[in-house]
Design a protein around this ligand. Structure first.
Ligand SMILES: *[C@@H]1O[C@H](CO)[C@@H](O)[C@H](O)[C@H]1NC(C)=O
Ligand SMILES: *[C@@H]1O[C@H](CO)[C@@H](O)[C@H](O)[C@H]1NC(C)=O
Length: 299
């Protein structure tokens, strides 16, 4: 398995409990970041189904359209030409593509691919999207398909959702070998937070909330998942906004940019409002703050 190096660590993190997780992204089903996360979540014992666009649909926000039959192969030649409007990996029914937008892929995952694998209509416990290839902070958030997919889950399907993005970009085929560190480390970080949210118990997140999570670039100092710490942040600068939840001696949270660009190795976690993709109000931030507890640090 490609992310083998990640597995021994994950197994001692305590989140052995297997949750049903639906995955999507906007960079395409055959992009390595989403596959590394798929392997890491499965390695952590979760029951995971991927349903993502057949090709790069970066920047497609909350667009949604009935998938049309393909005439050309999927991204990186990952499906044959004329493969229809949706399809699956020939040998692994957990890996699926939809010839449309990220939101549409989430809907197909919930209506079709998830039930096929899970054997009932109960649906997933959690939807996770990304890691996106490149950051999704502030002004980029409303345009991001990775965020759009998470918001579809949280807002319209009432399923808790987390959108992950990694600052280190550059596209990678799903079968790149060996797996570059950035793909493995982002996958491991995303799995750590996913397990943390699940371990804090249901309801996993407040209604109409998604988490917007950004990882900084890897450096010599920030090279392994264990090097990173987690900071509660906000999506937009809060100049005229109502106060944030009080933490770290302040009622104004740092922005995602402040967190991921500061010295040290910090990942940002913003509590997003799924009704408008901005920062959620303080009382919803407070629920997440309580749940994550000392998992969070101050900048
Ligand atoms: C997808 O396309 C966007 C521009 O439209 C580009 O910035 C991004 O790197 C691409 N991602 C992949 C995985 O090809
Ligand atoms: C399909 O799954 C097989 C078995 O896991 C894997 O070897 C192959 O690379 C996958 N191909 C795609 C396009 O997902």
């Amino acid at each position: 398995m490609r992310t083998q190096s990640v597995l021994p660590l994950l197994s001692i993190l305590g989140a052995a409990r297997g949750a049903r997780i639906l995955q999507s992204n906007d960079d395409g089903w055959a992009e390595l970041y989403v596959r590394s996360l798929h392997d890491a979540l499965r390695g952590a014992g979760h029951d995971v189904v991927l349903s993502a666009p057949a090709e790069n649909k970066s920047g497609s926000s909350s667009s949604d359209r009935e998938p049309e039959p393909r005439t050309s192969p999927c991204q990186y030649d990952s499906c044959p030409a004329n493969g229809g409007p949706v399809g699956s990996n020939a040998t692994d029914p957990r890996l699926n593509w939809v010839n449309s937008f990220p939101v549409t892929a989430v809907k197909y995952g919930l209506s079709t691919f998830g039930p096929q694998v899970w054997g009932d209509e109960e649906g997933p416990d959690l939807v996770v999207t990304g890691p996106n290839v490149g950051s999704n902070v502030w002004l980029a958030v409303p345009f991001s398909g990775t965020v759009g997919a998470a918001v579809e889950a949280a807002r319209n399907q009432r399923i808790p959702a987390i959108a992950f993005s990694g600052a280190d970009s550059g596209t990678l085929r799903w079968d790149t070998s060996p797996v570059p560190a950035r793909s493995a480390v982002y996958a491991e970080l995303a799995t750590i937070l996913t397990n943390k949210v699940l371990d804090a118990g249901a309801p996993y997140l407040p209604d109409d909330v998604f988490l917007n999570v950004n990882f900084p670039r890897l450096t010599a100092q920030c090279a392994a998942a264990a090097d990173f710490r987690w900071v509660l942040s906000r999506i937009n600068p809060g100049i005229i906004s109502a106060p944030d939840v009080e933490t770290c001696g302040d009622d104004r949270l740092p922005t995602e940019n402040e967190v991921i660009n500061s010295d040290g190795c910090f990942a940002s976690i913003s509590v997003g409002d799924a009704t408008d993709k901005t920062t959620a109000p303080a009382e919803k931030q407070a629920v997440v703050l309580r749940k994550l507890g000392n998992f969070l640090t101050c900048l």
